[in-house]
Design a protein around this ligand. Sequence first.
Ligand code: TYD
Length: 132
Amino acid sequence: MSLIQLVEFPSLGDERGSLVALEAETTVPFSIKRVYYIFATKEKLSRGYHAHYNLKQIAVCITGKCRMILDNGKVREEVWLDSPTKGLLINDLTWREMHNFSEDCVLLVLASEHYDEGDYIRDYNEFLKAVE
Ligand code: TYD
């Protein structure tokens, strides 16, 4: 199975414009405990470079775009998040990197757990050991 699991969010558009509703356990395949967003990122700077032991996330660029790389220790795949209806599911034990943020990018992330620095794997070799 591809590492890139995209979720297409239904857009409830009418003549006034568009609306996307994200609901836990339906559109988003987990219960949402945390929401954060990344914005005003410098185009030449990258983020991420970590994995989590126990955290599922959905990432969506609600405006602008960025390039997301996912890596499970065996394969590395990339995808452009460039639409407010295109969600990317990021599972446990998946190394992620975010690159090429557009100036207007707002990357919204829905997370299955509260923030826990102890759940981060920030060293790539440690990550490789964890996936073994
Ligand atoms: P980090 O996860 O390292 O950002 P990225 O993956 O985008 O490179 O987080 C950056 C900082 O923000 C770090 O000091 C931890 C803090 N932080 C929180 O306090 N709560 C959160 O929910 C997140 C995601 C980060």
